[in-house]
Each structure stands twice: as structure tokens, then as C-alpha cells.
Design a protein around this ligand. Structure first.
Ligand code: GLC
Length: 665
């Protein structure tokens, strides 16, 4: 059951489409002693699930999280917000089991037992907001109700479940042709190559550098003949340059965010000085969205939207101030205090709160301060693209994912998990984030495999892929200046990489089927064990294993030099260790605590009793997968049945009932 509570005059985030009637009664569970602050007492059995893209555990207890979309590449325990704002959580314990969605577009703070271990306190900065409380006996039903409330999750084309290769540093056609050649030569499957900012002319959106891509359309079509889609990046900031059509049109039509005096607000991003499209204004959204056509007309079928928190290197006004301050400081004898002050002055230039407070959107003729609706910016950039795609490509799905997001944008696109680092702890963080994101409606998601920042190593990349092959969005991406990390760079391990990557394509019918069922039914693609074994205390407290769909559990190795790992099985399961894509070992593992060995080139999967894992043959790309002739591995002495979902992989309104096919053993 869902109850809606309205406080003050709320800005409509459009996270919820069909709002239930507002309740007059007092909000349950929470004490509302101070304005815009809600607290509740937790007992020791309570687990707090949710909050989507964030640091720390599946169980969020013991830290203060903040919803304020931030360009934050340090995904460390001490950070409170990353690129997204996902204000939904579930409190699940002996005495309570409910979900809460705090629908507010501004900053919201969730102190989940940090200030006091037994108190959960939510503080909302805006004075108008809505809260939804969802009560249901099971976690599965709470999720279903919540997902039904916020609408169906975005579904990408099926080829987007293939393997993607990306790097900030591919600059021209030749670079990309070589990467594809190396993949194919080494028999590594591949479906996508991503273009980062260097494909553009001076980092200007919706341009292609003619020197590096003399015949872009032809290049895109050539790649497609080789079953590789080219997926370009689009950034939020538009270069201020006289004569640049996009800029001129935006300026002319008042499509940019304004300062308090009504002038275009000027910020610095990759191209230097930029203006920010006002994605909250429906006309500006439509205008920007239709610009994607420049690239779709050249055969492009997918995009990633970036820097849309929005990330600001500086604002023009603040930069001037800082230059003056630094000039003043030149006169000083820089000691301890001054040197810190100097450093802070420079560091505070980027993503500065005062900047976010000093520009405005225009919606329905009303001026709205950006800071108060900050979390809707990336959301509406994704929406701009997605709404345009419906017109540009009414029949076929287009790939779209974004860095910044907010609940609501899950209907328009997927997200990647932002700029992580080549660190072992980030494998585990991705696993946890995956299930937390699913709760909030984000299904098409994945991390930069191998790590975006810093230098990766062969073993880290192998172990990361062993998790990544279960993520709907599977992309190896790295930053300029870091070690090159395409799998074929690691000459001694190409076979190991091949085996793991091939397995993705063998598993793809299952992964796609489970993804589609989750999207169409509002269920979880990746679940914490506590969602299934809710009475099993060890399962509820397991933070490093998850279920992928109904049949399998995964437990990736995330420690360097480990030969295996501890696992907890809530029930007897069949361990399948994939060695190479043709052969595997099977073993029944009893319920309870166990240790399993998993070599660097192996992938371990646990099949639940009474379940089936369908497998396809190897394929070098998704379109070459034979979805008709599948083999199975099962753990089903008494027989079992699996409902496989398959479709043409591109239709926009797929139907669950028409696309299911039974597989029995
Ligand atoms: C941002 C993105 C990253 C990209 C870089 C350059 O940091 O998150 O993925 O490579 O910008 O465009």
C-alpha cells in the first residue's frame, strides 16, 4: 500500500506520474519534530536498503549520505554523494518493513545511524516536498509497488548488452579502427566503441572533427558492418563561440540558464567558457534533444550524456574574484594559514555551492533558483535526448545513459557509475551499487571496468570483468594519461580475457531475459540475498554476494592475490566454475559457510536448486548470438522450467507475455 504525504508547496519533479491522493493523517514511522526533518528509531534488526548510487554497503546503516548530484571521482567511504540523487530507501527488520521515497529536487540528507546508531534522520533543505510511504510484508512487493509508482525503467537495444570499449584518448578514426582490429584479431567479442570528447571539434556538442573523422558517416557504417556500434559522448555545457550555431540558437531563444540579472550564466567546462542549456524548460529540452539528429542521421544509435550534475570547473564571475584574491595574496608572506587559504581559494572554484545558488531556470514563466532543483539537471538532459529519440526513431530503441541522474530519469536512460579508480575496493562497491540502483529503478547500469582513474593491472581487470559480465552495461573505460587497459594489451593473458568475455555472450540470453523481466515487471535484476532469504540472518547480512535474476548467485573475488573466497549459501546450490567458454566444472555445495577456490581465469556461478541457466554458443557480437538453440546447465533433480524472454532486441514497446518461451529439463 502506498501513502502520499505533501508538505508545503512542492516543485513537481515528475518522478511520479500518477500520484495517489494525498493523505491527511500523520506520516507513519517518522517523528516530525522539526520542520523538514523526519526521524525514526531503528532496532538492531533493522537493515536500511536503497539510496541507489552511493558509497558503502548494501545495508546503508552507519553513515550520513547526501542527495546532491556531484562530480565526485573519489568513491571513498568518506564521501556523502556521488553523481546521483536516489532518495528511496527501505527499512526492514523484525518490527518494520516499509519503503520511503523523499521526492524533493534539492539537497536531502540521510543520517542513517551515524550521529546515533539507532536513529535514522532525514533532513530536507527545500520547504516543499512529498513523501511516499510503501508498506508491504515482503521486500519484493515493496520494490514492485515503488517501481510501479515511478514508471517502467529504460530498456536499451539488445546490442547494448554486448561488450563496449572506451577510453578518453581515442582521437581519430585510425585509433578506433586499430582497437576494433585488435579485438577481432584476438577473437575477443565486441559490440561498441565509445567516443569521448576528442571526436568533437574543440569539444563542441553535435560537431565531429573533420580532420580526425573525414567521412564520419562512412566510418560509422563501416564499423557497423563489423558489428560494432559507435557511441559518442554529449556534454552538458555548450561552448560560447560566435558563429557556433548551437550557441547562437540557445542565446537567441533564451534556452540557457540565467544569472540573477537575466544574462546567460557563464561557466567553464572542457571547451572553456560555456552556457548551460535550461533542461527544465520544455522548449529548451526539445531544442537540445532534436540536435542528436545530427549524429543519428550519420548512423549513430547510442549516446552517453556527461558532465550533467552539472559539473562546473568555474563560473566566470567567481573566476574573476579568485584572480583578484590571488593577486592580493601575492603581497603576503605565505605561511601556514595563507597557504591553506590559497589552496582552498583555487579548489573551491569547481562545483561551488555559491555558483549553484546564483543561476536560474525558467519553467512555466517562473524563475527557479538552480540550487533548489539541482538534482533534476542531469535527469532532464537525459529526458531531452529520450523524448527526441521517440520522434527520431519511433520504431527502434536508442542507447542512452548518463552520468548524473535522479529517480524519474530511470524511465529515460540508464546510468554508468561515474569516474571510479583502478582499486580493488571498487569491484565490491560496484556489486553493492548494482542492487541498490535496481531498487531505485536503474537497471541498465555498470561501472568503468578496470577503473577510470589510475593504472590498472592485469589481475584487477580480470577479476573486474568476472563481475562485469553480469552487469547490464559492460564497458571498459579509462582516463587520459592512465595505462592503456584494453584486454588485448595484456599479451600473456589474452586467452584468459577471451574466456571471460566469451562467457558474457554465452550468458546473454539469460542476462537479457532477466533484465527484461525486471524492467517489465518492476522487479530486481540483481538482488541482495536478504531479499530472497529474508528470515536468514546470515543471508540478510551478506554484503558481497548477489542474485542475478532468478537462477544464479554470484560471489566475485575482489581481493588481490586471493585464490578464492569465503561464501555463504542460504541453501544447497550447484557451483559451476567456467574455465573456458567450452568447459566447466560442477559441484554441489552444501548450505552454510564455505570457502571456494576461484582462479584468475575462472568465473564462479551458483545455480539455485530447481533452476536452469540457459546458455548460447560463443559469438563475436550480440547479433551473431543464436537465441534459438540454447544449451542448459541446471540444478534440478526433479526437473525444472525456465521462462526465457526473447524479442527482436529493438522494438520500443516489448510485451512480456508475447515473448516468453519455456525451457524445461
Ligand atoms: C568525465 C567522464 C569521463 C570522461 C571524461 C572526459 O570525467 O566522467 O567518463 O572520460 O569526462 O570526457
Amino acid at each position: 500500500m502506498i501513502k502520499r504525504f505533501v508538505f508545503g508547496k512542492a516543485f513537481d519533479t515528475e518522478a511520479v506520474k500518477d500520484k495517489p491522493e494525498a493523505c491527511k493523517e500523520k506520516i507513519p514511522y517518522f517523528e516530525n519534530a522539526e520542520t523538514s526533518s523526519f526521524s525514526l528509531e531503528m532496532d538492531s534488526s533493522d537493515i536500511v536498503y536503497g539510496l541507489g548510487e552511493n558509497v558503502r554497503g548494501i545495508n546503508k546503516r552507519g553513515f550520513i549520505y547526501e542527495s546532491f548530484c556531484t562530480d565526485q571521482p573519489e568513491h571513498n567511504e568518506n564521501k556523502s554523494s556521488l553523481y546521483a540523487a536516489h532518495n528511496f530507501f527501505i527499512v526492514s527488520g523484525n518490527k518494520k518493513n516499509f519503503g520511503a521515497f523523499f521526492d524533493s529536487p534539492g539537497k536531502v540528507t540521510f543520517d542513517i545511524g551515524a550521529s546515533s546508531y539507532s536513529t535514522l534522520k532525514v533532513s530536507i533543505e527545500n520547504t516543499g516536498y512529498e513523501i511516499y510511504i510503501i508498506e508491504n510484508p515482503t521486500l519484493e512487493l515493496i520494490i514492485k509497488e515503488f517501481r510501479n509508482l515511478i514508471g517502467q525503467s529504460y530498456i536499451p537495444p539488445r546490442w547494448a548488452f554486448g561488450i563496449g570499449q572506451s577510453r578518453w584518448g581515442y582521437t581519430c578514426e585510425e585509433d578506433i579502427r586499430k582497437i576494433v582490429e585488435n579485438y577481432r584479431k584476438n577473437k575477443l567479442p565486441l559490440d561498441m566503441i565509445y567516443l569521448d570528447i576528442d571526436y568533437m571539434e574543440k569539444f563542441k556538442d553535435f560537431t565531429v572533427n573533420k580532420k580526425s573523422f573525414p567521412d564520419f558517416k562512412n566510418f560509422v557504417s563501416d564499423m557497423k558492418k563489423n558489428s560494432v556500434r559507435i557511441v559518442p559522448i554529449i556534454d552538458a555545457g555548450i561552448k560560447m563561440e560566435d558563429g557556433f550555431e548551437l550557441y547562437e540558437e540557445g542565446k537567441e531563444n533564451n534556452y540557457f540558464c540565467k544569472d540573477k540579472d537575466g544574462n546567460d550564466f557563464i561557466v567553464g567546462v572542457w571547451p572553456g567558457k560555456c552556457c548551460l542549456p535550461d533542461f527544465l524548460n520544455p522548449e529548451a529540452r526539445e531544442w537540445f534533444g532534436m540536435k542528436y539528429k545530427f549524429l543519428t542521421d550519420q548512423g549513430i544509435e547510442g549516446f552517453w550524456n556527461d558532465m550533467n550534475e552539472p559539473a562546473l570547473f568555474y563560473s566566470e564571475k567567481n573566476l574573476e574574484k579568485v584572480f583578484d584574491q590571488v593577486k592580493e595574496m601575492k603581497k603576503l608572506n605565505i605561511g601556514l594559514k595563507e597557504s591553506f587559504a590559497l589552496k582552498d581559494t583555487i579548489l573551491n572554484l569547481a562545483n561551488n555551492t555559491d555558483d549553484y545558488k546564483s543561476f536560474y531556470h525558467c519553467k512555466d514563466g517562473k524563475k527557479i533558483r538552480h540550487y533548489d532543483v539541482h538534482n533534476l539537471y542531469g535527469y532532464n538532459m537525459t529526458r531531452a535526448a529520450s523524448e527526441a529519440f521517440e520522434k527520431i526513431s519511433p520504431e527502434k530503441r536508442i542507447l542512452m545513459f548518463s552520468r548524473s541522474s535522479c529517480i524519474g530519469s530511470h524511465r529515460y536512460g540508464g546510468i554508468w557509475m561515474g569516474d571510479n579508480m583502478s582499486r580493488w575496493q571498487h569491484i565490491l562497491l560496484n556489486l553493492k551499487m548494482l542492487s541498490s540502483l535496481n531498487m531505485c529503478g536503474f537497471l541498465y547500469t555498470g561501472a568503468d571496468l578496470g577503473g577510470f582513474g589510475e593504472n590498472t593491472t592485469e589481475d584487477l581487470l580480470l577479476r573486474w570483468y568476472a563481475l562485469g559480465i553480469f552487469m547490464p552495461l559492460l564497458r571498459n573505460h579509462s582516463a587520459l594519461g592512465t595505462r592503456e587497459q584494453e584486454p588485448f594489451r595484456f599479451k600473456n593473458s589474452i586467452e584468459k580475457f577471451r574466456n571471460i568475455l566469451n562467457l558474457r555472450y554465452r550468458l546473454l540470453p539469460y542476462i537479457y531475459s532477466e533484465f527484461m523481466k525486471a524492467a517489465l515487471q518492476g522487479t530486481m535484476y540483481a538482488s541482495p540475498l536478504g531479499f530472497i532469504w529474508s528470515k536468514d540472518e546470515d543471508a540478510r547480512r551478506t554484503e558481497d554476494q548477489i542474485m542475478i535474476g532468478e537462477s544464479i548467485m554470484i560471489a566475485p573475488v575482489y581481493e588481490q592475490n586471493a585464490t578464492g573466497r569465503h561464501i555463504y549459501l542460504p541453501e544447497e546450490m550447484k557451483l559451476v566454475k567456467f574455465k573456458d567458454s567450452e568447459s566447466y566444472e560442477e559441484k554441489i555445495i552444501p548450505a552454510g559457510h564455505n570457502f571456494i577456490h576461484v582462479a584468475l581465469d575462472e568465473v564462479a556461478v551458483f545455480i539455485r536448486k530447481g533452476h536452469i541457466l540457459p546458455l548460447a554458443d560463443n559469438a563475436e557480437s550480440v547479433e551473431k548470438i543464436d537465441f534459438e538453440n540454447l544449451t542448459t546447465i541446471s540444478f534440478a533433480e526433479k526437473g525444472a522450467r525456465y521462462e526465457l524472454y526473447t524479442d527482436d532486441g529493438e522494438c520500443r514497446n516489448p510485451s512480456l507475455s508475447e515473448n516468453l518461451r519455456s525451457i524445461s529439463v
